[in-house]
Design a protein around this ligand. Sequence first.
Ligand code: NDP
Ligand code: AKG
Length: 482
Amino acid sequence: MTHYLNYINGEWQQSANNQKYQSINPANTNEIVGEVENSTAVEVDTAASYSHQAFVSWKKLSGAARGHYLYKAADILESRLEDIAETMTKEMGKTLPEAKGETARGVAILRYYAGEGMREEGDVIPSTDADALMLTKRAPLGVVGVITPWNFPVAIPIWKMAPALIYGNTVVFKPALEASATAAKVIECFKEAGLPNGVVNMVNGEGGEIGQRIVDNPQINGITFTGSDKTGKMVGQGALNRGAKYQLEMGGKNPVIVTNDADIDLAVEATISGGLRSTGQKCTATSRVIIDEKIYPTFKEKLLKKVKEITVGNGLLPETWMGPCVSEKQLNTVLEYIEIGEKEGATLIHGGNRLTDNGRDQGFFVEPTIFENVTTDMRIAQEEIFGPVLALMKVKNLEEALTIANDVEFGLSASIFTANIQNMLHFIDDMEAGMVRINAESAGVELQAPFGGMKKSSSHSREQGQAAKEFYTNIKTVFIKG
Ligand SMILES: NC(=O)C1=CN([C@@H]2O[C@H](COP(=O)(O)OP(=O)(O)OC[C@H]3O[C@@H](n4cnc5c(N)ncnc54)[C@H](OP(=O)(O)O)[C@@H]3O)[C@@H](O)[C@H]2O)C=CC1
Ligand SMILES: O=C(O)CCC(=O)C(=O)O
């Protein structure tokens, strides 16, 4: 078992309280993947203080110089892709191909933002004074607190830290405990890329202690968070109270609409991939499948046939298609929602059980689960489950499908499967979601495009691509008169 320390001011450091957290393998709870510090608020304050000092010279570097460090970190991450992906699979359960894909995405994100150091950062705006020059330029926020979940332990920290750094901010990072060993391996890449001391810091520990102190520490000027709706609200309120800038990415209840002219095989593939890959633990995962009644029987039959072929097991095994839930807590949440669905009167047509046979008794495995006769008022149609559970809903036409699709508090991602251009245009205009996808699954994010949701899914900000600049910088309007 490897022990990972906090990373503060360029050094691996122990927490003063000497308490540890053990990160276990959700496919085999006998295996401890790593041990990290279970730190206190004191370490956050120390990290924030060094980060604040490092900011002074980091922001003075040219964008190209900062980009150089990110290119180096990308190369190191790429050279360790196999090891980091394997740690991810062992630590949070997603299959090895998915973990490798995510780590490769981390490399690509680092390179994208490294290049950003050489791109334009403002506009020239005509002044009403003919003798003046008016322009905008970007100023970094200062120290940025990065609070991340366990479901994308490489991609999410990197899509937050890389833009923070390239625009001249320094970072105090708190990864989710369930993915803390993977996070430490990512931080090793930054260390070995030679970033100046204090520019990137990582403090491990519980959200209520470490995350909360990031929210409250006055030296932290901006906070970026991905996670649950409940915690996100607290983070946003805490930041607002002390005037820190904040950005929140939270839940989803993402629909896929299948119209009567859709390519049914394609829609079935996308429903399975979007809803069940990563064991349904994506904020962009499909959870509601809204199907035209004319094709409903065919769609259902094809879906069931394919879902029955899914192999559930340890994500390191080549034959596994779906890994375990990340933790016992998450497994219990999923099982609880399955019970709620049955009590509410939905019909369970596949799955619904924990899997303990064939050596799976030491893991948090659950069957891929499908309900039908789900109505929009049910909790399984309204609340984020974050597990491999699909709710089938039958509708008469696209109008009804859109009404149901929009009848939730979330608005992150949504898909439609149709061959009709009018249906596509109607969906693009009237679907209340930050990402609308046509003939493609609801999950899936491209690093160069804005990512974020409407309604309760986000703080109405966007991450990734050029959109990241809006959060990690402040605009300065400059007026120069000769
Ligand atoms: N949008 C998304 O991508 C995600 C959504 N979720 C949703 O959230 C549910 C619960 O998952 P969970 O992991 O508990 O999500 P949380 O929102 O609790 O965790 C996300 C991050 O916030 C930290 N955190 C916890 N409490 C606080 C706090 N008071 N102040 C600041 N930071 C805090 C966590 O730390 P730590 O966990 O280490 O204590 C973790 O790093 C899931 O079932 C799912 O519905 C979960 C993960 C990702
Ligand atoms: O779909 C993806 O690749 C990213 C989803 C995501 O950001 C999340 O689940 O938190």
